[in-house]
Design a protein around this ligand. Structure first.
Ligand SMILES: Nc1ncnc2c1ncn2[C@@H]1O[C@H](COP(=O)(O)OP(=O)(O)OP(=O)(O)O)[C@@H](O)[C@H]1O
Ligand SMILES: [Mg+2]
Length: 414
């Protein structure tokens, strides 16, 4: 047991350097503790004798988390650079950023595993989930303690470079003060400690930190890579699916592989009992996509009309090409409010999330070639404001009603 672990056993609030393989299970076993500055973080119960989690009982996202850099799909540039560092065993401080479910956490965990092996990782890698542990006191105490601890002896079976790695996941939720406090630590202990910061919004990381790191941008997964990965999982899990199901899954997950895998697992559960293949319709149901016919009614009340009967097939998203301005709606403007309100009430009662409704409305209207640009600008503005209000905790129904009325006004203005 190295110096750090000895220290950690003295201080019950310190989480031992994370064994990435055990991350999810240890997170689940964690109990919340509070620091002096109010930030709470998990107090880990280390069970060295615990039996490994049966893969069959793991969620698929964890079961199919890439085990090596080689397994990471799509992010070619990042994986190419990291593979090179595996050879030279020289690692800069790193900053991974990009949308959710694109492989950031998986990549750094896989890299650590390849560098140190599962055993040595326990001593050499500290993984902090910055959403929980973001106070300045955590940086001063926990991170600094680990950063300056001596490097434990290498594992002869792995490259085991002579430094430790501190992973700060979700670093964009760290306070500015905590980030500032990190600057000096990154420099002082860089000989024996490398940092990997991970975030969704790189603009929330202060400039002095970004300039100390090599930046790696993670892109939403492209269709081909997502499909290959999903097909692989379907093969492994013996999932039967009807034609078009995977394409629908790819479409609704919008480059987020985690979401795609989660939906796939839910759909397979849904169909397992009936023993029939997964269908695009059930994917839509699970993803909470508003059916074409429902959306069509709302859109019509907003003064936009569908010209073809694409609404017959709920499994397909509405085609923006099929939408055109309904001039007759201008004449019926008097009862406009009542119609919009009724439709909004109905759609909200169906239980669709406001985000989903807005997102589908957005795709439909902004991509419509016949809507004037001025109207689109007004619509985009209204949606942006509603998004902010929803993030701030506003009422979903009121926000949708507000956006819809603004859309209607913009459409009528032409
Ligand atoms: N590039 C990828 N290659 C293979 N699997 C991936 C990839 N991206 C995501 N996954 C799958 O999605 C799951 C979640 O990925 P991961 O935790 O790495 O996402 P993330 O980018 O860290 O997301 P977040 O920003 O929400 O933390 C993984 O367990 C894995 O199953
Ligand atoms: Mg992550």
């Amino acid at each position: 047991m190295d110096a750090w672990l000895k220290k950690s056993s003295k201080n019950a609030n310190l989480k031992p350097p994370a064994a990435a393989a055990a991350t999810s299970s240890s997170k689940a076993a964690a109990t919340e503790a509070s620091t002096s500055d109010g930030a709470s973080f998990p107090k880990i119960k280390v069970k060295s004798t615990a039996a490994p989690l049966d893969p069959a009982r793991q969620p698929w996202v964890e079961k199919y988390r890439p085990k090596s850099i080689q397994d990471v799909a799509a992010q070619d540039h990042t994986t190419a650079v990291l593979k090179k560092t595996l050879g030279s065993a020289n690692l800069p401080h790193m900053l991974f950023y990009g949308p959710p479910g694109t492989g950031k956490t998986s990549t750094i965990l896989a890299l650590c595993r390849e560098l140190f092996g599962p055993e040595l990782m326990r001593n050499r890698v500290l993984e902090l989930n910055a959403s929980d542990e973001r106070g300045i006191s955590v940086v001063r105490e926990k991170i600094k303690t680990f950063a300056k601890a001596a490097v434990s002896p290498p594992d002869p079976n792995f490259p085991s470079p002579p430094y430790k790695i501190i992973i700060l996941d979700e670093a964009d939720s760290m306070t500015q003060d905590a980030q500032s406090a990190l600057r000096r630590i990154m420099e002082t202990y860089s000989r024996i400690t490398r940092f990997c910061l991970i975030c969704n919004y790189v603009t929330r990381i202060i400039e002095p930190i970004t300039s100390r790191c090599s930046k790696f941008r993670f892109k939403p997964l492209d269709q081909a890579n997502t499909k290959t990965r999903l097909e692989y999982i379907c093969d492994e899990e013996k999932v039967h699916y009807a034609e078009g199901s995977l394409d629908t899954l790819i479409k609704v997950s919008e480059g987020d592989l985690r979401r795609a895998i989660t939906f796939l697992q839910s759909a397979s559960k849904l169909h397992a009992s009936a023993d029939d293949p997964i269908t695009p319709r059930s994917i839509h149901e699970i993803a909470g996509i508003v059916p074409d016919s429902t959306l069509a009614r709302l859109v019509e009340a907003l003064g936009v009309e569908l010209t073809t009967a694409s609404g017959d097939n709920d499994a397909d998203m509405l085609d923006a090409q099929d939408v055109k301005l309904n001039s007759s709606a201008k004449n019926g403007a008097k009862d406009g409010f009542a119609r919009v309100k009724t439709q909004v009430e109905m759609i909200v009662r169906e239980g669709y999330s406001a985000w989903q409704i807005l997102s589908q409305l957005h795709d439909l209207l902004i991509l419509d070639p016949l809507l004037p640009s001025v109207a689109k600008a007004a619509i985009a503005l209204a949606m942006g404001e509603a998004d902010k209000c929803l993030n701030d905790g506003a009422d979903e129904e009121l926000q949708i009603l507000h956006v819809c009325l603004q859309i209607r006004a913009a459409v009528l203005r032409g």
